[in-house]
Design a protein around this ligand. Structure first.
Ligand code: FO1
Ligand code: CA
Length: 311
């Protein structure tokens, strides 16, 4: 991992609310994106799926007229979903499946120093309510993938509904990892449908609030836009302004009932630091674009340096 010394142990808790069943297969985009990235099997350009991918199965499904055609599973990627689906159907939990898949992707490169955990083994799915003049209620609810991929998050999100979350429990190891960490990092991901859904699993937000480790977040908003685009509609749907400071303040200071001790914003958002300090959050402006490994390592180092702790 960039910036990690040989004896650093990293546990990644991944969002599973983007997951869905398609063509009879359980697909877990965020788990797979982390696994393929850290396992050096990701398509770097696309940011999801396998490198050197081919698309024969997708073309064949299209020839049968099978929907949805707007969501493509690559031939190499399909092997992951086949293994996962078979294991789930045999009765294994998602965390056990993830551990098995990680033996191929993470162990050879990182040994036991990198661990990937689903936020929950329970089925939790983000759905988005959008306006639909053709329906009696005036609205329609679509799965997050339909909102994100087919609609490209271009239509306003009236509400974000995380189905199954209230009755879900944290995955095995998640609460212990947070309680035992030397540093907890909230990544520069979507505050509504990635970090928000993880913190929303009953027990996880409280564990972050209670850990002895410093909790530092990195802003996903740089300037007036989201680094990965498309967050505007989702932030607006929860009434949060699209700015680095507003997202930090949305998470809130731990000293005032929130989850953050520190918040990193991009250098070009340095003018927002006073707002964050006023909200009780230690803040600093540093370059926040993950352009390459060195830039990412510098961001990690800045996160470690931000808040005093026993790291
Ligand atoms: N994103 C797309 O824009 N189009 C796709 O066809 C697509 C397929 C896909 C298959 C497997 C997978 O793990 C991810 C995939 N993604 C695709 C990415 C994914 O939908 C989203 O980017 C994430 O869910 C958002 O984190
Ligand atoms: Ca995601």
């Amino acid at each position: 991992m960039p910036g990690a010394s040989a004896d650093t142990h990293v546990t990644v808790v991944a969002n599973t609310a983007d997951d869905w069943w398609i063509h009879g297969l359980k697909v877990c985009p965020d788990l797979d994106t982390v696994m393929y990235t850290l396992g050096e099997g990701i398509d770097v350009e696309r940011g999801w799926g396998r490198s050197e991918e081919t698309w024969s199965a997708k073309t064949e499904l299209e020839a049968y007229g099978v929907e949805p055609t707007w969501f493509g599973l690559g031939d190499r990627d399909i092997a992951t979903h086949l293994v996962r689906t078979q294991m789930l159907e045999a009765g294994f939990g998602l965390s056990q499946v993830t551990e098995a898949l990680s033996r191929r992707w993470l162990e050879p490169l990182h040994g036991d120093r990198v661990r990937l955990l689903p936020m929950s083994d329970d089925r939790v799915e983000t759905h988005v309510a959008i306006a639909d003049p053709d329906s009696a209620s005036g609205r329609r609810v679509v799965h997050f993938q339909e909102y994100w991929v087919r609609l490209r998050a271009e239509v306003p999100a009236e509400a974000v509904l995380v189905v199954g979350q209230d009755s879900s429990t944290p995955g095995p190891g998640v609460l212990d990892a947070i309680a035992g960490a030397d540093l907890v990092v909230l990544p520069p991901s979507n505050p509504v449908v990635s970090v928000g859904t993880i913190l929303g699993v009953p027990g996880i937000r409280d564990a972050v609030r209670a850990t002895a480790a410093p909790v530092v977040g990195l802003s996903p908003i740089v300037g007036a836009s989201h680094v990965h685009g498309m967050a505007r509609q989702l932030l607006t749907s929860i009434g949060v302004e699209v700015s680095a400071a507003a997202v930090g303040i949305h998470y809130g200071a731990r000293s005032r009932g929130g989850v953050l001790d520190g918040w990193l914003v991009d250098s070009r958002d340095a003018d927002q630091l006073p707002r964050l300090e006023e909200a009780g959050i230690a803040a600093r402006a540093v370059p926040l674009m993950m352009t390459d490994h060195d830039a990412t390592a510098a961001m990690a180092a800045a996160a470690v340096a931000l808040v005093p702790g026993n790291v």
